[in-house]
Structures are given as C-alpha cells and as structure tokens.
Design a protein around this ligand. Structure first.
Ligand code: ADP
Ligand code: GLC
Length: 500
C-alpha cells in the first residue's frame, strides 16, 4: 500500500500555540502517526507565535476565499524538533494580533472568530479537494474551528477528494454564529441563507440536516454532519456526548451517526513528559529514585513560599479555569482540605471570578495555598513533578491529559468519574490494590463533600508507606504513549479509504 497522507487541521499545536490539550494532541498525534510511516502534516493559522518560531516559505500567494476578507498566503515549513511539514495560513488582518488564538488578552472572544476559522476550514478543505501539491487521503479536523471544512469538502466539485474525520475534543465549544456574520463579509446584517451563500455553501446546507442550529449556524454541527467519520478523545466521552447532559443539543445527530463515531483515547507525549529527562524540573527522577521526587517538592515549596512540611502532601492542579473543570466543587471545601493537613498548589487562568476567588484563599493562607494565575509551561512541569496528588474534579472531561502526565510522574490523580478520567484512572479499591491495577482515587457525584471524602481516602493511603509507592509504581509503569491510539487512527483511516 502506498504511503498514507494525512492533513491534520487544527487551531493550535504545541510548541507553536497552545491553550490546552488540543495543542498537545496536535503535536503528539501527528508525530506518532509519522512514526508509523504515515505522511502526516499540520495546518494551522499564522498567529504571531507561529510566525516567530518557524522558518517559512511561500507555497501559494493571493488566495481569495470570501467576499471582503483579505486574501491569504499559504506558507510551509517544518515543526521545531519534529522535522515534519507544517502549513501555515498567513493573513495578517486575521491572525497577526497580540493575545491568544481565540481571545484577546482580557479574555474576550475575538469578534471575527467566525471568519478567522472559516478561512482555516476553507484552506483545509482545499487541501482535502486536492487543490494544492500535498494531496491528503485523509483530512483530519479538530473541534469547531475546523468544523466547516467537512462541509466545504462535501460540496466541492473535485473529482478526487480526501475522506474527512472530525475529532471532537470538547462539545462545549461549538462555534455558533448568527446573521451578524454577514457584517464580517462586508454585507449588511442579513438572513442566514445569505450568510451561508457568502461562505460559498449551497442554500440547502442551512437546514436541520446540515449546519443549521436553532436558526443560526454551528461550525461544529457542520463538522459532525458532513464528515465521513467522527471521533472523540475517549470511549466514555463518545457515549457521554450521545446523551442530553453532554450533547449540547447535538446528541440526536450523534446518536444517528453512532455507527460512524468512535472514541479513541488520547495518548501523551512520553518524551516531553518524562521525569527522567524533563528539562523543566530541578531534579530528574525515575521509579527507582522516588526520593528525588521529594527534592522537587522541597524546591517548589521554597519557590512558591509554602511551608516545608514533610508530613503534608502537596495537592496540585493545573487547569483552564472554566466551569468544565469543577472548580466550583473545590472552592467550598478549600478550608477543610487545608484543615486535613494538605497543601494546595494551583496554576491556572481563565474565568476572572474563579481567578479572584482562588487568589483570595491564597492570600488568606500563603504558607499552605499557592495560586499562580497565568500560563506557565515550566511551572506546569514543576507542579506535576513536585506534587504528591493531582486533582481533577471535572464536571465533564473529554479526555484530560494532566492526569496521565501525573501518573507518569508518580503523582497520584484524584478525579471525578467522567469521560476520559473514567477511562484512565483506576480507583484504589481493595480489589484493584490487590491486583496491582490501582492508580488513583475516583469519586462519582458532582458534590463537594464527595470530593473531600476522596481527598481523605487519598490522605490515609499517603500515610501508608506500604501502599503509596505501589500506587505510584502502577501509574509510572503504565503505557500512556500514543503508540496504541495512533495505530487505531491508522486502522480507521484505512477502513475509510477502503470503503470509499
Ligand atoms: P484541557 O484541554 O481541557 O484544558 P487537558 O488536560 O487535556 O485539558 O490539557 C491541558 C493542557 O494544558 C495540559 O498540557 C496542561 O498542562 C496545560 N495547561 C492548562 N493550564 C495551564 C497553565 N495555566 N499553564 C501551563 N499549562 C497549562
Ligand atoms: C479538550 C478537552 C480535554 C482533552 C483535550 C485534548 O480541551 O477538554 O479533556 O484532553 O481537548 O483532546
């Protein structure tokens, strides 16, 4: 069989641009695919951080895509360290601005996100319909920002085209836009049919069996409806999103496509997240040298001004501060957690109110609670390495990566049983301890008291010197690499191509 060609279209990719797990996956999955012999390449927008980190050459100039939207250029280069091809869309008016990929520095969504990501989707679909030199067999789209690509591709007149895969990393973000979208294309606010036409899509696409969503258009729904296959990032989340609670109104569509929907668990980049070689941490360590892990704790406590308390475990958290992550469950029991003799170290950014509430606690008791607001890659590694336990009380979690990073670092995860957390953390029940599978502590309900009980269970185990190292060892020896899942993606791609 000839080499499989895959274009991985994404709105973020580590180390070029990252706001969360999608960035990690967009680097690590194509890398793992390439190791399996797939010609996987990346497509992403030319944000300043991308343009600054890459050496790029022009492969296409003057691509006019939509009315009143500046023409863009397509550039090509190589991923740092990865040495695999990456395509970048150069459109200064769309992407060259300070702030994040989706929001300005104050946390407001960019008002023209619909256009910024319609452009990304359109270029992805042009690759998919073989209009450029690189002609992928598979167009692999990720989240709503690339959701229009399968629609553009489905309506393209191309004789040969890629099969499209839509991966859902988070159903909570859908990219829903109304008639105001017309203004972004230089037209007066008008009806949605006109908007759809401005995008170059047929009128018929604006229907329930298309991209229409409560009278507006949904980029994610477009991807879910028009793609040849849907994946999501854990088997449990694949089931979750077919229910009312997690489907955000799209559960019906997902249920009708359930025979073309699979959950493939994310892996982690085991080179970037390896306690033996991690260049961000002060003292490297391995499963045989766990005493050196404590050295990281001592140094981090010093750096953050926490009391050096050898008998108190350090409970870490690194997270986007959003509703999803269950911070509302944590906040009411912070005093109880501290009372139990646990120190809390949190790194996060997002919702300003959550930021303030957490910061207030840290001010009350800086010797026991450390809260760092902002995004800090180095500190994130240091917290994972230094902490004894890692908390993820998520209300929903498509996959979650930090619990896997933690287990690889001998840091025991405490999680709520949902989505990918349910699929990756094995609760320390007596049976699981006895059969050497236990890797963490799991609680069920969205309930602060249950969260606290979970911490209390973990605390008891922490003080049992016969038990804790066994839990650490179970996690540290587990294979969280991408190898298995990358093979599943290859098998999926091949099935799609054979069917076609
Ligand atoms: P999500 O994608 O929902 O945010 P994941 O667990 O899949 O959750 O991935 C989060 C990624 O983002 C991890 O690599 C985590 O270390 C990183 N991260 C989140 N917040 C921060 C932060 N404030 N500083 C540094 N890294 C962060
Ligand atoms: C999303 C999800 C997270 C997942 C990540 C990568 O941001 O919230 O659970 O791990 O995508 O797939």
């Amino acid at each position: 069989m000839s080499t499989l060609r895959v274009l991985f279209a994404t709105s973020e990719a580590y180390p070029l641009a990252k706001t969360g797990g999608l960035g990690d996956v967009s680097y690590a999955l194509p890398t793992a695919l390439r190791q399996l012999g797939v010609d996987a390449r990346l497509l992403l927008p030319g944000y300043p951080s991308v343009m600054q980190q890459l050496l790029l050459i022009e492969v296409h100039e003057n691509l006019t895509l939509f009315p009143s939207v500046e023409p863009v250029r397509l550039l090509a280069g190589f991923m740092p360290g990865g040495a695999y091809p990456v395509y970048v869309i150069d459109g200064p008016k769309l992407y060259a601005r300070e702030g994040g990929p989706y929001q300005d520095a104050a946390g407001n969504e960019w008002p023209d996100n619909a256009v910024r990501f319609a452009v990304l989707s359109k270029i992805a679909a042009m690759f998919g319909s073989h209009q450029f030199l690189f002609k992928p067999d598979i167009l692999h789209c990720n989240d709503w920002q690339t959701g229009l690509a399968p629609a553009f591709l489905a309506y393209s007149q191309a004789r040969q085209r890629a099969m499209s895969v839509m991966s859902v990393h988070n159903m909570a973000y859908q990219g829903v836009f109304g008639p105001e979208l017309a203004e972004l294309f230089g037209q007066s606010r008008t009806d949605m049919i006109r908007v759809v036409k401005l995008l170059g899509l047929p009128e018929s696409s604006f229907s329930m069996n298309g991209l229409e969503y409560h009278g507006k258009m949904s980029f994610l729904k477009a991807g879910l409806h028009y793609s040849d296959w849907i994946t999501t990032v854990s088997p449990t989340y694949a089931k979750d999103i077919q229910t009312e609670a997690f489907g955000y109104g799209l559960q019906g569509l997902l249920a009708t496509r359930s025979h073309q929907l699979s959950g493939i668990l994310n892996g982690i980049d085991i080179d970037a997240w390896n306690p033996v070689t991690d260049r961000y941490i002060v003292k490297n360590y391995s499963i045989d040298m766990l005493a050196d892990k404590d050295e990281n704790k001592r140094i981090l406590r010093g750096k953050l001004g926490l009391e050096q308390a050898p008998n108190k475990p350090l409970l870490g958290m690194i997270t986007r501060l959003t509703y999803q992550k269950g911070i509302d469950l944590l906040v009411p029991v912070i005093p109880d957690i501290i009372h139990e003799g646990v120190q809390l170290v949190l790194l996060g950014s997002g919702d300003k109110e959550l930021e303030n509430r957490l910061k207030q606690y840290a001010r009350l008791l800086p010797s026991q609670i450390s809260v760092t607001l902002g995004y800090d890659e180095q500190l994130s590694h240091q917290i994972i390495a230094a902490s004894d336990m890692f908390l993820m009380p998520s209300l929903f979690e498509p996959c979650g990566l930090t619990q896997m990073y933690s287990m690889r670092y001998g840091t025991i995860p405490l999680v709520r049983r949902t989505g990918g957390l349910a699929d990756t953390v094995i609760d320390a029940t007596l049976a699981n301890i006895q059969n050497h599978s236990a890797t963490g502590f799991v609680f069920e309900e969205e309930d602060s008291q249950q969260l606290l009980s979970c911490i209390q269970r973990a605390l008891k185990a922490f003080h049992r010197k016969d038990l804790w190292p066994a839990l650490q060892s179970n996690g540290m020896t587990h294979d969280f690499s991408w190898h298995h899942s990358a093979n599943e993606y290859v098998a999926l791609y091949q099935r799609l191509l054979i069917k076609n």
